[in-house]
Structure formats: structure tokens, C-alpha cells
Design a protein around this ligand. Structure first.
Ligand code: FES
Ligand code: FES
Length: 160
């Protein structure tokens, strides 16, 4: 059975038909053409599909799309633009924080949610915020450094 789903996506209203059992990541990628959100495991384990739902990170592979009705969803396409990167994206570039990049969208959105609620996080808070985002390539050290550097850049103060 199809439903009409309306929600805000990266600040813009969208309406699309969805099936009752469709996951949000499927709708984002296949119905709305936003391919930045990745599918790794499809079972809630890797965090590659992380999006922000009303500002909180969620695994969009586990979330039924109908649950987004009337809510605000942010994907990586909403974080920055080519030529106008978000400070987190710039810090990831500057620190060489990504290799294959598959974890990047989810990692960046988890980091963005952290900095929205805690603009000057300690390293432990950064590691906790990205604990649900697995990276098979980087070893995490540069990712953590990049998030701390972005916090510093965004607050204009030295991170602690
Ligand atoms: S694809 Fe959703 S957690 Fe892995
Ligand atoms: S950079 Fe390859 S999975 Fe993170």
C-alpha cells in the first residue's frame, strides 16, 4: 500500500509516494535521487546511512520512511555545497580524514549533530558521538582531529 509522505529535506518541503515498508534511506536514494547517504550493512550496525532527523542522528536503513512524516531530515547534501564546504567538511579535507570516503556522510552528520549541541567537545565526546559510525580505512585518529579542528574553527576558540 502506498502513502503520500511529506517532510522537509535539507530545508525544502518534499512530497513523495512511499510504500509502508520502505526505509528512509531507500526513499532518499531511489525516489529522491540523493545518493550521498550510503548503505553499508542495512542492519543498523555501520552508520553509513546516518541522517539527521529533527537534528538527531538516526540510521536511515532502520527507519521506516513514513516515520519522517512532517519532520525535518538533513542529509549530507544539506551540510555544505561544492565550493562552499561546511567547516567540518573542510577540516576533513585538511586533515586527510577520509580514504575511500564511504563512511564520510554519516560521520560528518554525526559530528554536525554533536557540534550543534556541544560546540566545544572534548575528545571523549567526539569519540562517543561517532561510535556508531564505522570506518574500515582511516583508523579514526584523523577523523577525531578533524572534528576537534572544526569545533575550533566554528567557535573561534581553541578546543579542549
Ligand atoms: S547501512 Fe544503516 S547502519 Fe549500516
Ligand atoms: S574512509 Fe573508508 S570507510 Fe571510512
Amino acid at each position: 500500500m502506498s502513502y503520500e509522505l511529506s517532510f522537509r529535506l535539507n530545508g525544502e518541503p518534499v512530497t513523495t509516494a512511499v510504500e509502508a515498508d520502505e526505509s528512509l534511506v531507500w526513499v532518499l536514494r531511489e525516489r529522491l535521487g540523493l545518493l550521498g547517504t550510503k548503505i553499508g550493512c542495512g542492519t543498523g550496525d555501520c552508520g553509513a546511512c546516518t541522517v539527521l532527523l529533527d537534528g538527531r542522528p538516526v540510521c536511515s536503513c532502520l527507519l521506516l520512511a513514513v516515520k519522517a512524516q512532517g519532520r525535518e531530515v538533513m542529509t549530507i547534501e544539506g551540510l555544505g555545497q561544492p565550493g562552499r564546504l561546511h567547516p567540518l567538511q573542510q577540516a576533513f579535507v585538511d586533515h586527510g580524514a577520509l580514504q575511500c570516503g564511504f563512511c564520510g556522510p554519516g560521520m560528518l552528520l554525526s559530528a554536525a549533530a554533536l557540534l550543534a549541541r556541544n560546540p566545544r567537545p572534548r575528545e571523549e565526546a567526539v569519540r562517543e558521538a561517532i561510535a556508531g559510525n564505522l570506518c574500515r580505512c582511516s583508523g579514526y585518529v584523523k577523523i577525531v582531529e578533524a572534528i576537534l579542528a572544526a569545533a575550533e574553527a566554528m567557535t573561534g576558540r581553541e578546543a579542549v
